[in-house]
Design a protein around this ligand. Sequence first.
Ligand code: AMP
Ligand code: MG
Length: 396
Amino acid sequence: MQSVEEAAKTVAQRIQRLPMERIPLSEARGRILAENIVATRFLPPFDNSAMDGFAVRSSELPATLPIVAKVAAGQVLTDAIPPRVAIRIMTGAPVPQGLDTVVIQEDAKVEGSQVTLPASPVGDNIRRAGEDVAAGDLAVRAGERLNAAELGLLAALGMVEVPVARSPRIAIIATGDELVSIGDTPGPSQIVDSSAHTLAALIPGAGGTSNYIGIAKDDPITMAALIASAMDHDVVITTGGVSVGDRDHVRAALKAAGVELELWKVAMKPGKPFSFGLNNGRVPVFGLPGNPVSTFVAFELFVRPALLAMQGATNTQRPRAPVSLIRGYRKQAGRTHYIRARVVRNGEHLIAHPHPKQGSAILSSLVGCNALVELPAEATEIQPNTVVPAILLEAV
Ligand code: AMP
Ligand code: MG
């Protein structure tokens, strides 16, 4: 049985990069940039005023000067500016040729068509052309996730389209004779398939799009056929049926569907019956455990980083931080445990409040949980207030 680290490495080694595509900038939020973007323009494009005030020559100050013209954002003064005059200037307007400082209006005393201005250093309140980004600068690096900041900068550079990694399309297949679809009323021995919906909600956060194929019965032949039919996706995820019970047929079905298994157990709790393999040496297939919490944890540890790596993301990992556990735990050595917890900040310290119910079928333990606290594989006794690592699912 591989450790979590070894299993993550095995998955990472088998993942192939998706090709890139060019898409409209307006549709690129959350996507991973596929090429370095080198600026072809200067930002700002011209010297402009940072404030409302008066544009002048610094060497002529202090002085009382005639106000001879006005320039607002979007306008430009093309006339040569004679000596010893002031130009009324508004924020964002180009600084007229030959003038080198802007005195803010709060420091100016206007009387009729004259203004009295104090001494002011050269360059005051002027935003220089290219001081934000110069042509030739690396504006955004390949592998960065495109969010508001990156997209705003690329828009300022006039990029209508951006090169991004193709978004992975992920097939989701639930398995189990006991499962019914959401909207159907469960019979006396049935439950609603929830894990597929948990997965569908996790996938966009990793830059993918999901396609819910449906529920496969616990029968290896139909299961294999359904899995094989999903191989036109970039990734296939199944849930359930991966333990060793009589009805746990996914392993056999995966083999029958042409999936070469590389992993089928990982030393973790929850989520031990995790399997992973490649179909035709190409399509990654993740066999996640059926229990909803196990599905969630296995997705976080293995699938999310894999989806981001397929897109060439520089950062495939959630942030981690040391947290202080408010209660103690006793466990067997051998498996890494992931405790669902709410982490709160107390001054400089992060305090983890574990959910009281840690069973892998306790869906409610994930609600309000913002961290997975990691109890190391070798640990057996964890005292209250021990500092342990945690995976942060949200900023704390
Ligand atoms: P299995 O791995 O198929 O043995 O499933 C383990 C447990 O998870 C069983 O109690 C199943 O009923 C439950 N389970 C399996 N798949 C799902 C699902 N898609 N949604 C909710 N619970 C599930
Ligand atoms: Mg099952």
